[in-house]
Design a protein around this ligand. Structure first.
Ligand code: K80
Length: 449
């Protein structure tokens, strides 16, 4: 391995209580809210085909006109208590809020930038009441912070001249000041969710990203920061030049999920997902495929089954309300989580052989393994192949009328669980109580005879 000064400083996952709490939460809510919600992907009758929060970069959008949108930021229907209530109903245990996206507009009255809510008709802090409302519901808050800041004259994507380096040096001080300010204003937050760290200026300054991460940890012990903040001294991101994960979890799964256990190498990880194909901020006209609640639930289940967290993104309108499709999905997921949440919270990779019918999730540290069935086989029987020296002690379903009869032993440590032929319109859950046993096949065989 290469001698690295600014690579990963820890091998393996964090074992502290803050990280265990994050790991047990599994379902998060992402909120992208800012000036981009005002145009909502449209401008002067034209539709922007990119992600709505990137409309400032659209050639049809005069940047000065975008930058002046702060004069219209006045979310008269903003009710953070309602936001927190619906997130709590959905079963989200943490929330990530954009304090500042790439456009540089700060949703808190920052001392270090004039480009904030303080300059808008709204005037007031948006972030504080949101953190308080979510924390009051027992939901942890993480702060999304974009390193890229198109509003800051000292921002540079690349350092080409000595003048660039002097400006960028000022910019790094600005970044550190804003992050310190956020921790001082909102001391209950559990971490940062960094974005906008792909440009050369940042990638080629691994030592700064390392020092910044360590500074923030000293300032606020226990902070959880994903791998996207970091570069090592050779410009490697997420994984250092020795292939070791930097940060506290793999933060690269954006609008995509790992397929199998081998894809995540036993690391903590988090997937963030949009409901439409690729819109984070409010976009009036969602084009393309819009994920149903069952699709989102399956992604959540798949994430938990692979030992990761799943965060669903919402883009509130400029007035502070949520669009119908998003409210519908929160309500549908809420119904599912109220019945099946025990399979998700504290869930992790069960280490069982994957089957076509769906996913296994182990309640971490126990012999309880949940089966979440997403694809009901026309045969009506679910194949279960237990690992060696594992026996099946009990089988129950979280809802009534799912299983018919007792499991049928069909081979060494292999069973069919027969389904009651009720048509299912959502994933359903079966709980397997297993036990480590030197003999194979014990358990139900006794019940069978
Ligand atoms: C190419 C690209 C750049 C930035 C993004 C940002 N990351 C997401 C979490 C959103 O904030 C999106 O604007 C997405 C894709």
């Amino acid at each position: 391995t290469l001698p690295l000064e600014h690579g990963a400083h820890r091998i393996g996952n964090r074992t502290d209580a803050d990280m265990a709490r994050w790991r047990s939460q599994r379902l998060g809510q992402f909120i992208h809210w800012g000036l981009y919600a005002i145009p909502g992907g449209e401008w002067k009758g034209k539709t922007y085909n990119g992600a709505a929060e990137w409309i400032r970069s659209w050639k049809e959008m005069p940047q000065q006109e975008y930058d002046n949108l702060y004069k219209q930021f006045n979310p008269v229907n903003y009710q953070p208590e309602e936001w927190a209530q619906q997130a709590n109903d959905m079963g989200a245990k943490y929330m990530i809020i954009t304090t500042k996206h790439h456009d540089g507009f700060c949703l808190w009255p920052s001392k270090y930038s004039k480009y904030s809510v303080a300059a808008s008709p709204w005037k007031k802090d948006i972030i504080g009441p949101m953190v308080d409302a979510y924390n009051k519901k027992g939901i942890d808050v993480y702060l999304y912070f974009s390193i890229i800041d198109w509003n800051q004259p000292d921002w540079r994507a690349a350092l080409k001249t000595p003048a660039d380096s002097i400006a960028y040096q000022r910019f790094k001080v600005f970044v550190k000041n804003q992050l310190t300010e956020l921790l001082q204003r909102y001391p209950t937050v559990k971490g940062f969710w960094f974005d906008g760290t792909w440009d050369d200026s940042w990638k080629n300054d691994g030592s700064f990203s390392d020092e910044l991460e360590q500074y923030l940890q000293r300032l606020h012990p226990g902070l959880i920061i994903g791998s996207r903040l970091r570069a090592d001294e050779k410009g490697a991101r997420h994984f250092d030049s020795n292939g070791r994960l930097m940060g506290d979890y793999e933060q690269g799964w954006e609008r995509k999920l790992p397929e199998k256990s081998a894809d995540v190498h036993g690391n903590d990880w988090e997937g963030v997902m949009t409901i439409p194909e690729n819109q984070w901020g409010y976009n009036a006209r969602w084009a393309g495929h819009i994920k149903s609640s069952n699709e989102l639930i399956e992604m959540l289940v798949k994430s938990a089954s692979l030992g990761g967290n799943f965060v669903i993104n919402f883009g509130p309108k400029s007035d502070g309300t949520f669009r119908t499709e998003e409210v519908q999905r929160m309500q549908e997921i809420s119904r599912w989580m109220k019945i099946n949440g025990s399979a998700i919270y504290g869930g992790t990779d069960a280490g069982f052989a994957k089957q076509d019918w769906g996913y296994y999730i182990r309640k971490s540290g126990t012999d309880s393994v949940y089966m979440v069935v997403c694809n009901v086989p026309v045969s009506g029987q679910l194949r279960v192949k237990l690992p060696a020296q594992t026996t099946l002690v009990n089988v129950t379903s979280l809802e009534k009328n799912i299983i018919s009869g007792t499991p049928e032993l069909i081979g060494k440590n292999e069973y069919f669980i027969h389904l009651d032929h009720k048509n299912q319109d959502a994933p359903f859950v079966i709980l397997l109580q297993t036990s480590k046993d030197s003999r194979d096949n014990s358990g139900f065989e006794k019940a069978k005879t």
